[in-house]
Design a protein around this ligand. Structure first.
Ligand SMILES: NC(=O)c1ccc[n+]([C@@H]2O[C@H](COP(=O)([O-])OP(=O)(O)OC[C@H]3O[C@@H](n4cnc5c(N)ncnc54)[C@H](OP(=O)(O)O)[C@@H]3O)[C@@H](O)[C@H]2O)c1
Length: 309
């Protein structure tokens, strides 16, 4: 829970101000943590009337925040995905403004999809990217654009993101869960709390000069889809559909769904957790899903967006 993170995170310095570009699922969590820590934070969304939107940034309409709204930003996290042409929307449209800001730290949320298929083996930051899917090639070109920007950038590579309002619990409740068995196939995951926690941990370390360029942000336990659904169903007391072999299930999958099953890797978090000392709040899906259920039970009107007023 966010309140547990508050205990382990250090606020930004009093004169610092964080800009969250893309206050979606992860971005709102980061902004909410910053607020709870008493740090200054503003957040962009594509529409002013969306929850948590302090400024509007939309690359499709080329609407950018007024320079005055950004002038005191010292820390920036971009949670915005690549454009269809592989360009990064922030680098394309805000580069000049970014260089005018007194930026001390910049984070970019990327994906572990850039590693490509590793046939179920562990991947670390030392592995060269070998993206296979078009979306992962685009992502790598955005990483490269950020790294070439001359800004003080750290790239955070994320596997599947889950958290309250967006987890296997919702998939089961909506009757959307599919029990697909592909022997040896695992997926890595990260709870959204630990994305926010890792960002504050990395900001603190960067201020002491410790700043690796690329960091995987994943939990300790890559697992099969079936294991996660079975655990979620046991928490809910729900039943699940029968297990289907991948060969049969794949015949009805969308190309997008199929593409996720074409790659198999275990994402190592040794750099983040061992070398950089980040203590995961949700080290595996069991702890993370229990948290999702607890949070849902605490608020009957829970929405996927946290308390970012
Ligand atoms: N979901 C996953 O499992 C996963 C896994 C690995 C990496 N990632 C990546 O990690 C990042 C954060 O993920 P998330 O799931 O938290 O994302 P999300 O909830 O989809 O939020 C994405 C944010 O980007 C904004 N955005 C999208 N297109 C934009 C554009 N053209 N111009 C300006 N803003 C735009 C959205 O604006 P609005 O708020 O107005 O919608 C939203 O705030 C994303 O880049 C995502 O691709 C996701």
């Amino acid at each position: 829970m966010l309140q547990d993170l508050v205990k382990q995170c250090t606020p930004l310095p009093p004169n610092a101000k964080l800009l969250v570009l893309g206050g979606g699922f992860s971005g709102q969590h980061v902004a909410a943590l910053a607020k709870r820590l008493g740090s200054n934070v503003i957040c962009s969304r594509r529409k002013k009337d969306k929850p948590g939107a302090n400024v509007v940034f939309d690359s499709a309409t080329k609407q950018t925040p007024a320079p005055t709204a950004l002038k005191e930003i010292t820390h920036l996290i971009s949670c915005i995905p690549p454009e269809a042409n592989g360009e990064d929307p922030v680098i394309s449209l805000l580069s000049k403004q970014l260089h005018d800001m007194p930026l001390q730290w910049v984070g970019y949320l990327s994906t572990t999809g850039v590693y490509g298929d590793h046939k179920g083996n562990w991947v670390t930051e030392a592995d060269l990217p070998r993206p296979q899917q078009l979306r992962s090639k685009r992502r790598l070109s955005c990483e490269q654009a950020w790294q070439a920007s001359g800004l003080p950038v750290q790239i955070l590579r994320l596997p599947g993101i889950y958290g309250p309002g967006r987890s296997a619990l919702e998939a089961i409740n909506k009757g959307k869960s599919k029990m697909i068995d592909k022997p040896g196939q695992v997926f890595s995951r990260i709870h959204v709390d630990d994305i926010a926690g890792a960002i504050f941990h990395l900001i603190k370390l960067a201020s002491t000069g410790i700043k690796p360029k690329i960091i995987n942000v994943a939990d300790n336990q890559p697992s099969t889809n079936v294991e996660v659904l079975e655990y979620a169903a046991s928490l809910l007391g729900s039943s699940l559909p029968p297990i289907q072999p991948f060969e049969i299930a794949s015949k009805e999958m969308s190309p997008m769904a199929l593409s996720f099953w074409e790659e198999n890797r275990r994402v190592s978090n040794q750099m983040l957790c061992k070398k950089l000392g980040y203590p995961l709040l949700h080290p595996n899906y069991q702890v993370g899903l229990r948290d999702c259920l607890n949070q849902r039970n605490q608020s009957s009107s829970y929405s996927s967006f946290v308390d970012f007023e």
